[in-house]
Design a binder for this molecule. Sequence first.
Ligand code: FAD
Length: 395
Amino acid sequence: MNDYRARARDWLAANVPADDENGAADQVVAAAKRFQAALYDAGYAGITWPAEYGGQGLGMAEQQAFNDAAAGFDLPTSVFMIGMGMCGPTLVDLGTHEQKSRYVKPLLRGEEIWCQLFSEPGAGSDVASLQTRAVRDGDGWLVNGQKVWTTGAQFSDYGALLARTDPDQPKHKGLTMFIVDMHAPGVTVRPLKDMTGRAPFNEIYFDNVRIPGDAILGQENAGWLAAVTMLGHERVSIGGGVRRRYDPLGYHNLVAMARERGRLSDPAVRRELASLYAEERALALFNARLRQEADAGSPPGARGSVAKLAGARLLWHATDVAGLIAGLDAAAWDTTDGDELAVAICATPAASIAGGTDQVQRNIIGDRILGLPREPAVDRDVPFRELRVGTQRTA
Ligand SMILES: Cc1cc2nc3c(=O)[nH]c(=O)nc-3n(C[C@H](O)[C@H](O)[C@H](O)COP(=O)(O)OP(=O)(O)OC[C@H]3O[C@@H](n4cnc5c(N)ncnc54)[C@H](O)[C@@H]3O)c2cc1C
């Protein structure tokens, strides 16, 4: 494995572009696509994905060796995060042979970008309450509704859409997941800014969007299973993955910052840095263990929620430590002048929301790992049509 790691490191040293991901959006996407195509052609994309559909068909040992090699670089691949980390693995798990043959390779090569269309204005934590409707139309479907917080939709070609196909069933049972063409007539994408000043996500409107009959991912009315499959991949992908070389809220950067500001001998700063280091290491080892167990055939299941929750708590802790080191200077940080630390700090709250909130992860851990009693749910067996959720107002 040392040879593999060394080869990957050499390839990355020769091919990772020097510029960062802060340029104009279309240039960032074009550069990311060029890099991803080269990465694929060199054999380093889709390392563990099935060879039959364009992956490398290798094991987690090679993936881990590549991750180790990549930790020394800033790979310009964040635009592919949803596709590679969530939609693609779900496609591999649940897609038909035709779907996998059509979509997996262009996704891995960076030719087509994907987004995840779950959340709605009235359905976030309780995503099974969603109201976007897909109604049969000849041999296909007609979709109407609104999605929100859709990361990367502004440059996506396809989306994994969760829609209600049978409102007479209870809320978890009448859902279906579809592959939707984001360039289809009737799809409108509008950017939403967050408090970093950037617009990483969007609201999406579907007005009579036609979806072909063979675009169901999984089975009709089994969209909840598909959603749970994707959320499982999402939590592991958020918790683990390739680390960036420059992590503004990482332990090493904060030590450098404390040194620069003459705060390294302050006992309070030292105590917090030591505790942050312990948390960072514990999470890295926990994630490595999850990956090894997955490789041995034991998927992480609800323990993905532990990784996701711990990752978010770590960011909050690092944000507090950055504030402790900077003191009153922290009040003058500005996200608009490209200060990566300021942007990372303003993005910290999002880590406790995206991919399921901290409270929802705690519910999952309590219920499925600790065996605590489940939250009461009076609406589980009621036909969705009879519920008053979100903006739905039934008589
Ligand atoms: C940066 C970012 C990127 C995102 N990207 C995407 C994306 O690409 N695609 C997509 O579909 N969605 C995306 N989301 C949306 C995200 O999944 C939702 O915001 C999240 O699931 C929470 O839903 P909500 O915002 O509707 O909050 P709500 O569900 O309304 O929650 C409000 C508050 O109530 C709490 N709460 C709710 N239910 C419970 C409960 N049962 N027990 C205890 N507390 C509870 C929550 O923890 C929260 O504090 C993104 C969000 C962010 C921040």
